[in-house]
Design a binder for this molecule. Structure first.
Ligand code: G3H
Ligand code: 13P
Ligand code: ZN
Length: 312
């Protein structure tokens, strides 16, 4: 089947109490690791591309890699999504350039301005059969060139969500309930805890509406240890507990964004490979175990964390 939008997958995910995995792609091995996992598990998939990914790999290469995955996985629905679209022009370029879904992230702007920009993107996207994710609330962490400190982050205000969705016409909404971007989400020694009360309030005000969680890597300690044991230095890297993601997926959350875990799996495996084989220099040899590690990690996420039912 051709690339799809997220409309049908979100409907099924909402009804089924699971979430669709949205994984960031930057190169061929990442695309292959993710899609081979989803194919085996029979899970629908969102492959997402950031502004940084487009700058690194080039729009056309990424679209063609994803189109190759669609050919290789004819039985699972795959959406191609722009992650954290910073402005109308970037969203337009992706809508015109083969994406089926875009995010406009104007969450750092005042409420009225966020509505105005989001509405403009929604109008253009819907005219072209593309769906739109928007964001209310601010996550901590680094995304592209924007760094938000924990002090400057803010939870989504449930009393704003209805007006925002009605006025913009967006198709899904990313909210801030305590997740954050990157590998350092919680201070060591503190108890990681998402604000399920905020999610519940949002759900009440937007019944049956798909909610998105960014910053949802769980930072598997096996990979952090693998990195640190092989020349890396990532002390205190902590992610979102998987049981809390599972709970969110059983509620209104239909899309869970994972990028850092892919990077950790790849980096840990490559570091270990070089520590064990200092004489090797063939990229195929060190990228092969990295791709396999991504595949295993994604399979685990799809089944045990997102709760995919295998009925893609
Ligand atoms: O939320 C941000 C994603 O992890 C993408 O990261 O901007 O470094 O590609 P990036
Ligand atoms: P992580 O950094 O937790 O993987 O979040 C990724 C993300 O939200 C991409 O938009
Ligand atoms: Zn994000």
């Amino acid at each position: 089947m051709p690339l799809v939008t997220t409309t049908e997958m979100f409907k099924k995910a909402y009804a089924g109490g699971y979430a669709i995995g949205a994984f960031n792609v930057n190169n061929m091995e990442i695309v292959q690791g993710i899609t081979e996992a989803a194919k085996e598990v029979n899970a629908p998939l969102i492959l997402q591309v950031s502004k940084g990914a487009r700058a690194y790999a080039n729009h056309t290469y990424l679209v063609k890699l994803v189109e190759a995955a669609v050919i290789e996985c004819p039985n699972i629905p795959i959406a191609l999504h722009l992650d954290h679209g910073p402005d109308f022009e970037t969203c337009k370029s992706c809508i015109d350039g083969g994406f089926t879904s875009v995010m406009i992230d104007a969450s750092s702007k005042p409420f009225a301005e966020n509505i105005e920009i989001t509405k403009k993107v929604v109008e253009y996207a819907h005219d072209h059969g593309v769906v739109v994710e928007a964001e209310l609330g601010t996550l901590a962490g680094i995304e592209d060139d924007v760094k938000v400190s924990a002090e400057d982050s803010s939870y989504t205000r449930p009393e704003e969500v209805q007006e925002f969705v009605e006025k913009t016409g967006c198709d899904s909404l990313a909210i801030a309930i305590g997740t954050s971007h990157g590998a350092y989400k919680f201070k060591p020694g503190t108890k990681p805890q998402l604000r399920f009360d905020v999610l519940e309030e949002v759900e009440k005000r937007l019944p049956n509406f798909p909610i998105v969680l960014h910053g949802s890597s769980s930072v598997p300690q096996e990979f952090v240890e693998m990195i640190n044991a092989n020349g890396g230095n990532m002390p205190g890297a902590i992610g979102v507990p998987e049981d809390q993601l599972r709970k969110a997926a059983s509620m209104a959350v239909c899309k869970i964004n994972i990028d850092s875990d892919l990077r950790l799996a790849m980096t840990g495996t490559v570091r270990q490979f070089f520590a064990q084989h200092p004489d090797k220099f063939d990229p195929r040899e060190y990228l092969k175990p990295a791709r396999a590690a991504i595949k295993e990690m994604v399979k685990h996420k799809l089944i045990n964390v997102l709760g995919c039912d295998g009925k893609a």
